[in-house]
Design a protein around this ligand. Structure first.
Ligand SMILES: [Fe+2]
Ligand SMILES: [Fe+2]
Length: 304
């Protein structure tokens, strides 16, 4: 039985939420989803997790119809939470957003340029790149965006880079979403190959799913507003009021003192389901008194 040394904490922790599709006023999405309530609930679960977050990432479709009041509502809901958490609020647009009202309300900028940004978090670089193509629902980057990205990535960051883009550059199973997906994963893959990009965080699909691009993990958050039913026939898109979720993204250091090791995504439900204490506070408190080298023997051994 080997010893069980305490695991080092992740170097960086991100709460990745996507597709709030906020509507201003009392309007319900598809006549049934209270999008503001969903985002409030998701962020309250983020806070309840008691993790120390470096950033709250919102990966697009921030609003459903780009109403300026909906962007204001987003800040009204999210800003107090990120302030309490001491985290950065990192946002990018999606196909349901429009550049000008997004830029005006979220960034105080009177422009229809994509709001592509770099955020540095204690040596970790987050790059948000707006993959929404004006006038369409599919995704893509302009030549200027590809050039900007390549120039930025030419200089590595201490803890590497996480790229945030709404349209995931992976092959999703739905032939319908194929008409609405990112237009050139191969080109993006060539730009990212050999860089310090450790993960790509996306949304858009309303399904939690994972893939790779040039060996880089692509982690898709399933959406806090509604979910697309993967169990439905693949040519259909059936929205369901559940199971909405967000992703807890943990970036770890590597072995041998390397700054960059694993990136791990865990899916966290937005809803509060009935629960029970699988591990009671009493057991937790007792285990904290057990020497680290004895913990596996005490906790893992089968009792009968
Ligand atoms: Fe969406
Ligand atoms: Fe989308």
């Amino acid at each position: 039985m080997g010893s069980l040394a305490p695991r080092p904490a992740p170097t960086h922790v991100i709460a990745h939420l996507s597709d709030p599709h906020l509507l201003a006023g009392d309007r319900l999405l598809s006549g049934r989803i209270d999008t503001a309530a969903q985002l409030r609930q998701a962020l309250s679960r983020v806070e309840e997790s008691k993790e120390t977050f470096d950033a709250i990432v919102l990966s697009g479709d921030l609003t459903d119809s780009a109403d300026p009041d909906a962007y204001a509502l987003l800040l009204e809901i999210a800003q107090p939470v990120v302030d309490r958490l001491g985290a950065a609020l990192v946002m990018t647009g999606g196909n349901h957003d429009e550049r000008r009202p997004l830029a005006a309300t979220l960034f105080g900028s009177d422009t229809d340029a994509p709001q592509d940004r770099v955020t540095h978090l204690r040596g970790l670089r987050l790059i948000t790149l707006d993959s929404a193509v004006p006038g369409y629902h599919h995704g893509g980057f302009s030549d200027a965006q590809y050039n900007w990205l390549a120039t930025e990535l030419a200089t590595p960051a201490d803890f590497g880079t996480v790229l945030v883009m709404h349209h995931p550059p992976i092959t999703y199973h739905s032939p319908t979403m194929a008409m609405l997906d990112f237009d050139d994963p191969a080109r993006l893959g060539r730009v990212l190959a050999g860089t310090d990009v450790r993960a790509i965080l996306s949304g858009h699909l309303h399904v939690t799913t994972f893939g790779t691009l040039s060996g880089i993990p692509v982690m898709v958050a399933g959406g806090v507003s509604y979910v697309d039913d993967v169990g439905a026939p693949r040519e259909l898109m059936i929205g369901v009021d559940g199971p909405q979720s967000w992703n807890l993204i943990e970036l770890h250091a590597g072995a041998e003192g390397e700054r960059m090791g694993e990136v791990v995504a865990s899916v966290a439900p937005v809803a509060r389901h009935p629960g029970w204490p699988a591990l009671s506070e009493a057991v937790r408190d007792y285990m904290s008194t057990v020497p680290a080298d004895d913990r596996r023997e005490v906790f893992s051994r089968k009792r009968s």
